[in-house]
Write a protein that binds this ligand. Structure first.
Ligand SMILES: [Zn+2]
Ligand SMILES: [Zn+2]
Length: 542
């Protein structure tokens, strides 16, 4: 893995510096929607979490992005109350036992049952499978300081909060089926029902088994023949209420149900759900509701430009991210350009860190009004340093660690302070600087060190390296510009284009193909250390 920055995303950040940030645009649209509301009526932002699996980067995305719009809205309309509801779909039947949980066999016997009814596979620590996942969600979101409230489907169905909407769905099941079935594959159309009853005998959430609807007594008739997931039905047949948690609705209908019952004003979702959202909006209109605002956000791309699939799990995890970069950088990444497919792979992280440092330098000196449109308004945490006065970049630090070949943080810190005393000049800059050093050490140990190649130069190259070595040994105090000029001169003497000498220098000094501006970098690493590295390369034979 190379730490080479992916420059393609840079222009995007720069464009964002002048245009208004998207959460502010969204907040304006939302203000129009709610203009007629009573001042005391809360504006509802919604996001969902399916507790049949572990939370992941996509989960964070779906919660943090509406939180950004909520923040922008509260700046625009400070008097209006707002709520961010994270809806936990714990009535969902477990379709597949996730790969990454313990006691998979024990859990497999509950396939098809609502995840709120399945025992905690991790032990006795929670009341159900779903509750364990919900606790993980809480731990997962804690570091990003986002405010939200949880709402559980199991409670909402059981306590009657959904009853009115469920009765409406029952009364209008024909109309709803007429919207949904044309979007299904031919073989799935017959027997489609908005309701999935919970079988009283085997406890499974059963699909496609409703045989009769009785809106006048809020019941359906069904047979437990086939169920969601891998397990078979138990054969039960009978009539049962759709209220009180005895049935749930199919998921597209479920979205409409929530929007209707919770009066949701704003919901963001991944682009893969565009059709579902449109369909849910149509169903909501049948119920007499007004679809929330929001837009589909783009998926992430991996290094090769393929869309990152949740199930395959390519791409970057949150745990990895926090190992190589401050969490604020992830928040900033999630803030930028949600309508554009952006590359997210480990090697791209250093670029995002440097964008963040640029933003922080600008933010520290910006007037109040400009700060409001800074991405940092959304990503700074209560403990985030508010300034970074050093000119050092994360890329430079990373290359320094590679060049020093050391994991000794004090040793590295000494180099940094000698190059730029400002990095220890105030407590906030120092705190950020030290945090970045930890990240560079992790990145170095995990990716750079294992990939480092000891370069064996050709004879003419050996002469060029000796030449630079002699210059640095004799000019320990040479400036970055002087060193840069020396390398260019050497390039001019030995190649048709002077730039062609750089790969040799990077291989010899950094053990990699590319790198930073060498004059400044040699100053940072010190001519003494670079002379040692050049000596080692000069002496190396195949
Ligand atoms: Zn547990
Ligand atoms: Zn059954």
């Amino acid at each position: 893995m190379s730490p080479a920055p992916d420059k393609s995303d840079r222009s995007d950040a720069q464009a964002g510096a002048t245009a208004e940030l998207w959460p502010r645009e969204e907040a304006r649209r939302l203000a129009e929607r709610v203009a007629s509301y009573d001042q005391s009526r809360p504006v509802i932002f919604e996001s969902g979490f399916g507790p049949s699996g572990l939370p992941h980067l996509g989960t964070m995305c779906e919660i943090v992005r509406p939180a950004y719009v909520r923040r922008a809205f509260s700046q625009l309309e400070p008097a209006r109350p707002t709520r961010l509801v994270v809806f936990i779909d714990d009535m969902d039947g477990l379709r597949k036992v996730p790969e990454n949980i313990p006691n998979r066999e024990a859990t497999a016997q509950y396939l098809g049952q609502p995840v709120s009814k399945i025992p905690d596979p991790f032990g006795e620590c929670h009341t159900s499978f779903a509750e364990h996942m919900v606790s993980l969600l809480g731990e997962f979101l804690a570091p990003i300081e986002v405010e939200y409230e949880l709402m559980r489907a199991s409670e909402m169905y059981a306590n009657g909060r959904f009853d009115d909407a469920l009765k409406l769905i029952l009364a209008k099941h024909h109309e709803i089926a007429a919207i949904v079935t044309p979007t299904l594959r031919e073989e799935n159309r017959a027997g489609w029902s908005p309701f999935m009853p919970i079988c009283p005998k085997c406890g499974q959430v059963v699909e496609r088994t409703v045989t009769a609807y009785h809106p006048e007594r809020s019941t359906i008739e069904f047979t437990c023949e086939r169920s969601a997931g891998d397990s078979d039905g138990c054969g039960f047949s009978g009539e049962q209420s759709v209220l009180g948690g005895k049935a749930k609705v199919q998921w597209k209908v479920d979205w409409a149900l929530r929007w209707y019952a919770l009066k949701v004003d704003y919901e963001l979702y991944g682009k893969d759900l565009t059709d579902s959202a449109r369909l849910s909006g149509q169903i909501l209109r049948v119920l007499g509701g007004n679809p929330p605002l929001g837009f589909p956000f783009e998926m992430f791309l991996d290094e090769q430009g393929h869309k990152v699939s949740k199930s395959i799990g390519r791409g970057v995890t949150v745990e990895q991210w926090t190992r190589y970069a401050p969490i604020e950088v992830l928040k900033m990444f999630l803030l930028q350009s949600p309508r554009r497919a952006r590359k997210l792979f480990l090697g791209s992280i250093p670029t995002y860190v440097d964008e963040f440092l640029d933003a922080i330098r600008e933010y520290a000196s910006a007037p109040e009004e400009k700060r409001r449109n800074s991405p940092l308004e959304y990503v700074l945490q209560s403990t985030t340093p508010r300034r970074f006065n050093s000119e050092l970049s994360f890329g430079m630090m990373m290359n320094l660690v590679a060049t020093l070949g050391s994991s000794d943080r004090d040793f590295i810190w000494n180099y940094l302070t000698r190059y730029d005393a400002a990095i220890a000049g105030d407590p906030e800059t120092e705190a950020m600087g030290r945090a970045l050093v930890e990240c560079t050490l992790n990145f170095y140990r995990d990716f750079i060190e294992p990939a480092k190649k000891a370069y064996v130069p050709t004879d003419p190259e050996r002469e060029q390296l000796k030449n630079l070595r002699e210059y640095l040994a004799a000019n320990q105090k040479a400036s970055a510009e002087e060193i840069e000029k020396k390398i260019y001169d050497l390039g001019r003497e030995n190649y048709d284009k002077p730039g062609k000498i750089f790969p040799l220098m990077y291989r010899s000094i950094l053990g990699q193909e590319r790198g930073p501006r060498l004059g400044a970098f040699i100053r940072l690493a010190t001519p003494t250390r670079v002379v040692e590295l050049l000596d080692a390369t000069i002496a190396r034979t195949a």
